[in-house]
Design a protein around this ligand. Structure first.
Ligand SMILES: [Zn+2]
Ligand SMILES: [Zn+2]
Length: 181
C-alpha cells in the first residue's frame, strides 16, 4: 500500500499535473498583479501610489481584492473628461450671468444701472428706452440708429435752448419800457 502510494506521488503524470497547477497559480498571481498595476496606472496620477498599488496587487488573491475596494472610482481619462465638461458648463453659465463691472453684483440683461452701486451699465434707446449694448449701432427693437438718435436729440435740445433764450429775451425787452413807465 505504502509502496503503491509512493509510486503514485512519483509517477510522471502526477509530477506533470502538479507542475502545471503550480504554473497556472503563478500565472494567475502574476497576471492579477500585472492587471492591478495597469489599472492603477490608468486611475492614479502619482508614481509612488501606483507602485504601492502594484505591491498590494502582488499579495496573492487578497491583494487585488483589497485594491478593487480602495481604487479611485474613475480613470484619469474619465476625470479629465468630467473637468472639461464642468468648465464648459461654467463658461456657459458665466456668459448668461452678467455682473456689474464695479461691484460684481449679478445684474439682469435689461438693467440700465447697477441697482447696488448705481454704475451705468447700458444706454437706453432714445426712441423706445430699451437697454442697448455699448457696441450696438442701432436699437434692435425699434430700428433707431444709435448715433443718429443722439444727434437728433442734440439738435432738439439746441433748438429748444435757442427758443427758450429767444423767449426770455422777448420777455425781458418789453419789460424794460414797462419798468420805466
Ligand atoms: Zn454695481
Ligand atoms: Zn429703440
Amino acid at each position: 500500500m505504502t509502496g503503491s502510494l509512493h509510486t503514485v506521488f512519483h509517477s510522471t503524470a502526477f509530477v506533470l499535473t502538479r507542475d502545471l497547477v503550480i504554473a497556472a497559480l503563478v500565472a494567475l498571481w502574476l497576471g492579477l498583479a500585472f492587471r492591478t498595476h495597469r489599472d492603477a496606472k490608468r486611475r492614479v496620477d502619482d508614481g509612488w501610489l501606483v507602485g504601492l498599488a502594484t505591491l498590494v496587487g502582488l499579495v496573492p488573491i487578497a491583494g487585488p481584492l483589497v485594491y478593487l475596494m480602495f481604487r479611485p472610482p474613475e480613470t484619469l481619462e474619465e476625470a479629465h473628461a468630467r473637468h472639461v465638461e464642468i468648465r464648459a458648463i461654467e463658461e456657459r453659465l458665466g456668459r448668461a450671468e452678467a455682473r456689474c463691472p464695479i461691484c460684481r453684483t449679478v445684474v439682469e440683461q435689461s438693467y440700465l444701472v447697477c441697482p447696488v452701486c448705481t454704475t451705468a451699465l447700458k444706454e437706453p434707446c432714445a426712441e423706445c428706452k430699451a437697454p442697448l449694448e455699448p457696441l450696438w449701432q442701432a436699437c434692435p427693437y425699434c430700428a433707431t440708429p444709435v448715433g443718429t438718435a443722439v444727434t437728433v436729440d442734440l439738435d432738439t435740445a439746441l433748438t429748444a435752448e435757442t427758443a427758450s433764450l429767444a423767449t426770455a429775451k422777448r420777455k425781458r425787452e418789453p419789460s424794460r419800457p414797462r419798468a420805466v413807465q
